[in-house]
Design a binder for this molecule. Structure first.
Ligand SMILES: NC(=O)c1ccc[n+]([C@@H]2O[C@H](COP(=O)([O-])OP(=O)(O)OC[C@H]3O[C@@H](n4cnc5c(N)ncnc54)[C@H](OP(=O)(O)O)[C@@H]3O)[C@@H](O)[C@H]2O)c1
Length: 333
């Protein structure tokens, strides 16, 4: 299952709105065949691994990170392919909450006499984590919202004159490019467009395993009024509430939304309660006063009893900087 998990990650950048699944076929003679999800319209992971195995798939055990699909979409059901190949056993990382699947994949395999096993808890938790944006989208109908901010050690995201480029070093900025490449859309405030005219690029992102299609150019959404001549293209503007925006993007099959600030947009998203992951890049730098731009503007908790508390879900050094991932308490296992 760990091998299947690693394969699934190779598909991470080019399958949405479909899940990035990995599958491994282990034959009766111990030979191993691999597959991961092709871009939309292409074959799913299980089908690719079965194709690689050919006739040797008869009697094999198949490890797949996600419950096989049982419905006709752009491709025929993976359950049909597994039954036709004559596999003996299927080990599944996590059940698929997509309403088209939701247990029917497991049931169809079992009805065909295939032994179906769910992965052990420890590896299942890792699979759940790797598919988190997809699983969240299918469970809630909303994209997985990631709020990213670069800050100084004393909690500032821009200097008093509005400049914020660059707080962090090249390693952290390359990591942001990876976050963008994983996301289906980027939200940025009109204030940031006015101050920075950001290009929001994925340009320095060089994946270790180049995907079959170049990293997607995520859609850009600007909250507020776009200043004339802004370079953020292609962009749409939104003037409704944060919840309306998030709901709409979920119904448009966006699986991951990256919010890049500034302080006003970050504060509104935070207070909306719709942020699923906070990614803070913190530099060992200090503006040294109270007049820089804070992480969030607007009204915060009035007293310690009301303070928002999360759980640290990752801590990584990137060059001179650190990346801290924080998730809401109710989202952590
Ligand atoms: N360090 C970092 O990671 C980072 C990241 C981004 C930006 N920054 C810095 O942050 C500063 C800009 O921050 P900021 O707070 O001034 O601006 P901002 O948050 O980028 O944009 C504020 C504008 O966005 C619109 N807006 C905000 N909330 C909205 C909502 N809920 N619904 C609809 N529209 C909404 C409004 O536009 P209208 O006024 O047009 O209605 C508002 O004036 C810049 O100095 C920039 O360099 C730092």
């Amino acid at each position: 299952m760990r091998q299947a998990l690693a394969l699934g990650q190779r598909a991470r950048l080019h399958t949405t709105p479909n899940p990035w699944v990995g599958a491994v076929v282990v034959t009766t003679t111990g030979d191993v065949f691999e597959g991961f999800t092709a871009p939309p319209g292409g074959l799913h992971a299980e089908r690719r691994a079965l194709e690689a195995a050919g006739h040797a798939a008869a009697g094999a055990t198949v490890y797949t990170t996600l419950e096989p699909c049982a419905h006709h979409g752009r491709t025929s059901p993976c359950t049909d392919a597994l039954v036709a190949a004559g596999v003996a056993r299927v080990v599944v990382g996590v059940a698929d909450p997509d309403p088209n699947v939701a247990g029917t994949g497991l049931a169809q395999l079992a009805a065909a006499g295939i032994e179906v096993t769910m992965a052990a808890d420890a590896v299942a938790a890792d699979v759940e984590r790797s598919l988190q944006p997809y699983l969240h989208h299918r469970r809630t109908g909303r994209p997985y919202v990631v709020l990213k901010l670069a800050m100084t050690l004393d909690g500032r995201t821009a200097a008093p004159d509005g400049t914020s480029q660059w707080i962090t070093g090249p390693e952290a900025r390359a990591d942001v490019h990876r976050l963008r490449a994983e996301s289906d859309a980027i939200v940025v405030g009109a204030g940031t467009v006015r101050a920075d005219d950001p290009s929001l690029t994925v340009r320095s992102f060089h994946p270790a395993h180049p995907p079959e299609r170049a990293p997607l150019d995520p859609r850009r959404i600007v909250l507020g009024t776009l200043p004339p001549g802004a370079r953020v293209e292609p962009a749409e503007t939104h003037t409704g509430t944060i919840r309306e925006l998030v709901q709409r993007l979920g119904s448009e099959h966006l699986v991951q939304l990256l919010v890049e600030g500034g302080a006003s947009v970050a504060g509104d998203f935070h207070r909306s309660g719709l942020v699923d992951r906070y990614v803070f890049y913190m530099a060992p730098a200090m503006l040294g006063g109270g007049d820089g731009v804070p992480v969030f503007s607007g009204q915060g908790a009035p007293t310690m009893d009301d303070v928002w508390r999360g759980v640290i879900d990752g801590l990584r050094r990137l060059g001179d900087d650190i990346r801290i991932d924080v998730v809401p308490r109710d989202a952590s296992p």
